[in-house]
Design a protein around this ligand. Structure first.
Ligand code: AMP
Ligand code: TRP
Length: 327
């Protein structure tokens, strides 16, 4: 039996190269080894206000982008979280087994709530319980994510362990897998901040559907350090981040990259970096156009996903309910 991979992505904003390099790249490259489920987490998305029309469109756009990035329908199942009611139901049950203190330690909540004071709702606080439900419903083995989600997967293990210690082996304990390189791609305009979908700064992120001109402009405007040499040096986070992006999109080794740009200026490096990204994204963008030419194609795949996964989710949920004494 192949191990089960489960991961999720929010259908908000635009997917960017941080999502690709931190998460989607892993999903694509290991998909033939595993049994894979990728969830478009619209219930997580509504923890911040969303326009209903935009949210609906983004669910489909996100699915199309995953397929365009190389997710294959024969190897992986993509589905929309809100289509399977068991997610919200299990999240409620898990709430009753998660001490407040565990949740209060979550760094993502602390960061998000600092920025959005008035908008903070209970859903945002409870976000990790829903994520735990996503993962545990499918008895997942591996959860490939970017660095920022590692702590949430730890909480998932903790709640599964706690539940199992009372009721027996109901849940499998999942493990996160985080890329060695690219697990935290930083913003182009501020290398101390993570590249994120919710930021709107002009050159904050490179989105997977950006045009070549947009990519070029954003890279040319990207912040650099005053190092004046092009080396992988952690003390110079701006250039380190750009070099990491170059490394991952070009497939070249760090030594080769440093040699290539030895004695050269930032302008030359940035021009080549923009070209590498543009070339990499070109086939992805073409596939995206092809896939979205026929909107029924994505709807059909998503409906197949629901039908295939619902029984798996319901089986776990029923097991949980009967263990607790519900129903
Ligand atoms: P999200 O955009 O929050 O739905 O994230 C989807 C996936 O992309 C998660 O596995 C995140 O950890 C990953 N991710 C998001 N932003 C970054 C980033 N800047 N660098 C690396 N991975 C990221
Ligand atoms: N919280 C994740 C993020 O923002 C998305 C997510 C929701 C997820 N459910 C998940 C990731 C389950 C992995 C497994 O990136």
């Amino acid at each position: 039996m192949k191990k089960r991979v489960f991961s999720g992505i929010q259908p908000t904003g635009s997917l960017h190269i941080g999502n690709y390099l931190g998460a989607i790249r892993q999903w694509v490259s290991s998909q033939s080894q595993y049994n894979n489920i990728f969830c478009i987490v619209d219930l997580h998305a509504i923890t911040i206000p969303q326009d209903p029309k935009v949210l609906r469109a983004k669910n489909r756009e996100t699915a199309a982008l995953l397929y365009a990035a190389g997710i294959e329908p024969d190897l992986s199942t993509v589905f929309i979280q809100s289509h399977i009611g068991a997610h919200a139901e299990l999240a409620w049950i898990l709430n009753c087994y998660i001490p407040m203190g565990w949740m209060q330690r979550m760094t993502q909540f602390k960061e998000k709530s600092k920025k959005k004071k008035e908008e903070v709702n209970i859903g945002l606080f409870d976000y990790p319980a829903l994520m735990a439900a996503d993962i545990l419903l499918y008895q997942s083995d591996l959860v490939p994510v970017g660095e920022d989600q590692r702590q949430h997967v730890e909480l998932t293990r903790d709640v599964a362990r706690r539940f199992n210690s009372v009721y027996g082996e109901v849940f499998k304990l999942p493990e996160s897998t985080v890329n060695e390189v690219g697990a935290r791609i930083m913003s182009l305009d501020d290398p101390t901040k993570k590249m994120s979908k919710s930021k709107t700064g002009k050159s904050h992120a490179i989105n997977l559907l950006d045009s070549p001109d947009e990519i070029y402009l954003k890279i040319m405007r990207a912040k650099t350090d005053s190092l004046h040499s092009i080396r992988f040096d952690r003390n110079h986070p701006a250039i380190h981040n750009l070099l990491t992006i170059f490394e991952l999109f070009s497939g070249l080794s760090r030594i080769d990259i440093e040699e290539r740009f030895e004695g050269k200026g930032y302008a030359i490096f940035k021009k080549e970096l923009a070209e590498v990204i543009i070339e990499f994204l070109k086939p992805l963008q073409l596939r995206y156009q092809e896939i979205t030419n026929d909107p029924s194609y994505i709807d059909h795949l998503l409906a197949e996903g629901d039908a295939k996964l619902r029984p798996i989710a319901e089986k776990t949920l029923n097991h949980v309910k009967s263990a607790i004494g519900l129903g």
